[in-house]
Design a binder for this molecule. Structure first.
Ligand code: NI
Length: 252
């Protein structure tokens, strides 16, 4: 199995090595959000064979960046284990008086992904229609992962129609999450990527505890239950989705 999105950084864990070893027969894609994380992503990729990474500037981190941040990203995109730019996007929940700046930085990173033919991993909070418009205008042809998708069935189909896959994690297991369950019912398994967003969003029955990549299994089980297929089937299809989405050179 492949956890396509998590943040295994020192800021959150003091036992990263154990957590990665627990996934030794599986793949983890670690996602950066700022200068510091992006450096940690590269180090983890160098140190552990089962770790791949994406680097990027998250919309809530744009006050901390400089030109060097973009240079760092561009210089490291040639590392084969850096398989995408992310997480990038728009977050109007956190701040909505800098929308133009957020959009510019988002678009600039999409252009970088195009230049180096890398996938993009999208964060969108209270900004789904602007996110869609930007992807539709600037990101056609790229491999796009809508991380932690939380929209309607209609919105899911709109994103899928422009070539996106939907990242699905622990939120799906939360009680009363009728909306996301409807999305899973209506979307083909080959459009879904499994993710944990560790250390955040632990699935039931571990909700509230610190999350880790191994917990992806709870998400797979919930999808299997909703779609009335086996967990093996969910893991097989979503693993192959992740391999092709991020051009991973692995055989699971
Ligand atoms: Ni994340």
């Amino acid at each position: 199995m492949i956890d396509t999105h998590c943040h295994l950084f020192k800021e959150y864990y003091d036992n990263i090595e154990d957590i990665i070893n627990k996934m030794k027969d599986n793949i983890i894609i670690v996602s950066g959000t700022n200068d510091e994380d992006n450096k940690e992503v590269i180090n983890l990729c160098n140190k552990y064979s089962n770790v791949y990474g994406t680097i990027g500037i998250h919309p809530t981190e744009i006050d901390k960046i400089s030109e060097n941040s973009f240079e760092f990203i561009e210089n490291n995109l040639k590392i084969p284990k850096i398989v995408g730019i992310g997480e990038i996007g728009l977050d109007y929940y956190w701040k909505n008086d800098n929308k133009e700046e957020q959009k510019n930085i988002f678009i600039r990173q999409i252009e970088l992904a195009k230049k180096y033919n890398k996938a993009i991993v999208i964060h969108s909070r209270e900004a789904i229609s602007d996110t869609y418009d930007i992807l539709n205008e600037y990101a056609k042809g790229l491999k796009i992962d809508i991380h932690c998708f939380s929209g309607s069935v209609e919105m899911a189909n709109k994103f899928i129609n422009i070539g996106c896959l939907l990242g699905v994690g622990g939120v799906l297991t939360f009680k009363n999450n009728v909306k996301l369950v409807e999305v899973i019912k209506n979307v083909e398994l080959n459009k879904i990527l499994l993710e944990t967003d560790s250390p955040f969003l632990s699935p039931e029955p571990l909700r509230g505890k610190r999350n880790e990549p191994y917990n992806i299994i709870y998400v797979a089980s919930k999808i299997a239950e909703i779609k009335n297929v086996s967990v093996e089937e969910v893991l097989k299809i979503t693993t192959s989705n992740a391999i092709s989405q991020f051009d991973l050179n692995v055989d699971l």
